[in-house]
Design a protein around this ligand. Structure first.
Ligand SMILES: Cc1cc2nc3c(=O)[nH]c(=O)nc-3n(C[C@H](O)[C@H](O)[C@H](O)COP(=O)(O)OP(=O)(O)OC[C@H]3O[C@@H](n4cnc5c(N)ncnc54)[C@H](O)[C@@H]3O)c2cc1C
Length: 405
């Protein structure tokens, strides 16, 4: 395993880090004050600077103008961008669009690519992914109730979704709906593209998250699909392939989140150390001179480093052997890195005292909005159960008994 960073990557990372600090960090205060839509002009101006620097959509496939990064390189770039809640957005590689770009690139028809993929990659429009339903356990997404029934050349979609991230202001949604009720657990659903201006696409509300409903890209919507009619040509992939495509989307999505979370850890750690070094606790002694705070700093450093190496190793395994070979590692990092991030952010908040829970630093944003990390893309418990089952099955006894089938 070789994690040395090529000269090209070192230059690229230095350039990205500088842009994050000079172009993206100043936007944080602005968006906190004016909201996403209120600050959209400034956000777009920042995106133009990134495009002019030739760094737009670094993760996109090369034939779409991306950089053709390896997974390890992607991890390093994503960490740099993750230092700000706006990094990925300003560089044009934010969730959920990045995942939708991947599946449209792979499964979209020429017409779908022209109409939806190209403007999405260019940052001219946004999109969302609508799978989870309030009435069903999202941890078992095969329990879908939303249906898409054929009628002439169309599908008519009925159902209720929630946590459709970034639906507010999106141009289209990719919806998971049951098209083949008899298709078996994994063959009954299909992904369908629904332009959000279609009659029957009803954005009910942006769901308040810990006191903030948010707006635009920073929101999670509840959506009612009511007799929502779209042409069958909007189907993504084959009928009944919805879960297979969702798995393809979620696999990379999980490691991408972990890479971003390392960036959040680094930002929180940086703020914690700055505060610990400069907050005078009396007699000229800084907060960091207290042993307990010093221990937080040392322990956080160790855990972030461990988390980073785990993520890079998973990325390296993917580069060498593909996603399937890395599936256990990806499950491990999905819950481990989320946990490290929550702990580091919590300690950074604590180090700041009352300031830590205000909106005067970015920490409270991370604290409130990243708690979901332990829930989305498979809650911690699901990943732990999956990993433990695989491990225990290696200890099957001589009779072939398995821990689980
Ligand atoms: C910030 C955020 C953004 C999201 N964005 C999107 C999006 O863009 N599109 C979309 O479709 N969905 C999105 N989701 C929804 C997300 O995919 C679901 O929340 C997730 O799949 C869990 O489903 P659930 O909330 O229904 O929890 P449930 O399935 O009801 O599970 C509740 C809890 O039960 C426990 N649990 C579950 N399974 C097991 C098990 N096997 N063993 C032990 N314990 C278990 C876990 O602790 C879990 O948190 C988002 C969620 C969040 C928090």
């Amino acid at each position: 395993m070789d994690f040395s960073i090529s000269d090209r990557m070192q230059g690229l990372l230095a350039q990205i880090n500088e842009l994050i600090e000079t172009v993206v960090f100043p936007l944080e205060r602005l968006v906190a004050d004016k909201g996403f839509f209120g600050a959209e002009a400034e956000l777009n101006a920042a995106r133009d600077k990134i495009k002019a620097a030739g760094l737009w959509a670094p993760n996109a496939p090369e034939d779409l103008g991306g950089m053709g990064l390896t997974m390890v390189e992607h991890g390093m770039v994503s960490e740099a961008l993750g230092r700000s809640p706006f990094g990925h957005y300003v560089f044009g590689c934010q969730a959920p669009d990045a995942g939708n770009i991947e599946i449209l690139h792979k499964y979209g028809t020429d017409e779908q690519k022209d109409r939806f993929l190209k403007p999405l990659v260019a940052g001219e429009i946004r999109s969302c992914f609508s799978m989870t339903e309030p009435a069903n356990a999202g941890s078992n997404p095969t329990m879908l109730s939303c249906t898409a029934v054929k009628d002439g050349d169309d599908y008519v979609i009925n159902g209720r979704k929630w946590f459709t991230t970034a639906a507010d202001g999106a141009a289209f949604a990719v919806v998971m709906a049951v098209t083949n009720p008899d298709g078996g657990k994994h063959g009954k659903a299909t992904q369908i593209i629904v332009p959000t201006n279609t009659p029957g696409f009803n954005l009910v509300r942006n769901i308040p998250i810990m006191g903030h409903a948010g707006e635009g890209w920073f929101s999670h919507a509840e959506i009612e699909y009511k007799d929502c009619r779209v042409p069958q040509s909007n189907r993504l992939g084959a009928e009944g392939s919805g879960f297979m495509i969702a798995q393809e989307r979620l696999g990379p999505g999980r490691i991408h989140h972990c890479m971003r979370w390392i960036g959040i850890c680094e930002r929180a750690f940086d703020l914690m150390c700055q505060r610990a070094a400069t907050r005078d606790m009396g007699g000229g002694k800084p907060l960091g001179s207290k042993q307990i705070v010093a221990a937080w700093i040392a322990e956080s450093r160790a855990k972030i480093n461990a988390a980073r190496y785990m993520v890079l190793h998973a990325a390296w395994t993917i580069d060498q052997q593909g996603f399937y070979a890395a599936r256990e590692e990806v499950s491990l990092i999905k819950f481990y890195v989320a946990d490290v991030m929550m702990e580091v952010v919590d300690r950074a908040v604590q180090t700041h005292g009352a300031l830590g829970i205000t909106d005067d630093t970015v920490l409270s944003f991370f604290y409130a909005h990243e708690r979901g990390a332990r829930i989305y893309d498979g809650p911690d418990e699901v990943h732990k159960v999956v990993v433990a089952r695989r491990i225990m099955n290696q200890y099957a006894d001589a009779t072939g008994n398995k821990a689980h089938s």
